[in-house]
Design a protein around this ligand. Structure first.
Ligand code: SAH
Length: 368
């Protein structure tokens, strides 16, 4: 008995990686190489209109017109920093927005993208956490960010050499959408970036991290921020579920899948909280002799935060301590802070769905 169905919405083809696109066309009775043709039009030639894809038969183009779309996120606003950084607020419907940042540096140009509308992980020092969580982005919304930014900067004679999942959201909490998006980024028919130039940054969702090693072994950054569980439990609450020892074991396994692959440990420098030389020494104990490097991030303040940035001299001393004791450490240059585009300042517009009030106590659901 045929069920009555409402007309399905169009499939945004940016949401399918090459294998998924091949399966899609095969299900239509087409040859798998249609995926290659389509990807070349979209990602290499920048053609988004099916009508212009002239090596695809008219009948298939018409069928795609009827059932598919290639839609990019809408830009609500664009801000340009004195240092060349560009921040966009992208419209995610329902009056919500996510932020995306383009960071030109000598020798590389990095696009920082978001994976969720908001974030549920509640890290104590992060502006996104304050906004709460609304929803996961789809693969098409993630790939769409890269394609959109590429089109804008290309028109200005620039390109994107690196993509980092360091915008809003916890990428590994949106695993199902993030992995195919990452595949499009490293596919020669997609954005053609090397695995080393696509970085997933995670606060430490261990089970997904284990799977990622098998599914898509891209560069990994881990938000460590504290060298012991007591402090990390406070700063990065997911640590209560996956403590440091468990997280680091998963990291070394991840790194072991490919020789000479280093993991970057991000460490936000919070004045008087995690920035003493004793903390540095504890960090050395965890990381020395491992495939690890440390990236110190001077804390970027935002309204309402109780933290302050460590003094420059303290950050320098911390970095020197790690370097002289055998853990390679750099300090991240703060970029775009005049337009609130620096790490942890991305706030977007989120309608929080996770804060449930129990009496006076706000409770945040962690979707790990
Ligand atoms: N959810 C991912 C991506 C977050 S953003 C993760 O946790 O890794 C990328 C980096 O910015 C993370 O290391 C995050 O901890 C850091 N960060 C967050 N808020 C910050 C702030 N206010 N100042 C500096 N760095 C911050």
């Amino acid at each position: 008995m045929a069920a009555t169905m409402t007309a399905p919405s169009r499939v945004n083809l940016l949401g399918l990686c090459r294998e998924q696109l091949e399966a899609f066309f095969v299900a239509w009775g087409e040859k798998p190489f249609r995926a290659r043709q389509l990807m070349q039009w979209v990602y290499q030639r920048g053609v988004l209109d099916f009508d212009d894809m002239t090596d695809i038969s008219r009948s298939l183009r018409e069928r795609m017109q009827a059932h598919c779309e290639i839609t990019l996120p809408q830009i609500d606003s664009e801000q340009r920093s004195a240092d060349g950084t560009i921040k966009w607020l992208l419209n995610m419907g329902a009056a919500q927005g996510i932020e995306m940042v383009y960071i030109p540096e000598p020798g590389r140009t990095t696009l920082c993208i978001s994976s969720q509308v908001g974030c549920a992980l509640d890290c104590a020092f992060c502006a996104t956490a304050q906004q709460g969580f609304n929803r996961n982005l789809s693969t098409a919304e993630i790939v769409g960010q890269v394609l959109l930014a590429k089109r804008i900067v290309q028109a200005e004679g620039r390109h994107i050499s690196n993509v980092v999942f360091m915008g809003m959201g916890e990428p590994l909490a949106n695993y199902r959408a993030v992995v195919p998006a990452t595949r499009v980024m490293i596919d020669d028919l997609g954005f053609g970036l090397s695995r080393r130039r696509v970085t997933i940054s995670t606060s430490g969702l261990v089970p997904q991290l284990e799977r990622l090693g098998e599914d898509c072994n891209v560069a990994l950054a881990v938000s460590l921020h504290a060298p012991d569980d007591a402090l990390r439990n406070e700063l990065v609450p997911i640590n209560r579920i996956h403590p440091i020892a468990e997280l680091l074991e998963a990291c070394w396994r991840y790194a072991g899948r490919q020789t000479s692959r280093q993991i970057t440990f991000e460490y936000v420098m919070l004045d008087g909280i995690n920035d003493s030389l004793a903390h540095a020494d504890a960090l050395v104990q965890l990381l020395r002799g491992r495939p690890a490097k440390v990236n110190l991030i001077p804390f970027n303040p935002f309204p309402g935060t109780r933290f302050e940035r460590s003094k420059a001299s303290v950050i320098d001393a911390f970095r020197e301590r790690l370097n002289t004791r055998g853990v390679r450490t750099t300090t991240r240059r703060t970029r775009g802070d005049d337009i609130d585009a620096a790490c942890g300042q991305l706030a977007g517009r989120v309608l929080d769905r996770t804060r449930v009030r129990l009496g006076d106590k706000p409770v945040r659901a962690v979707s790990a």
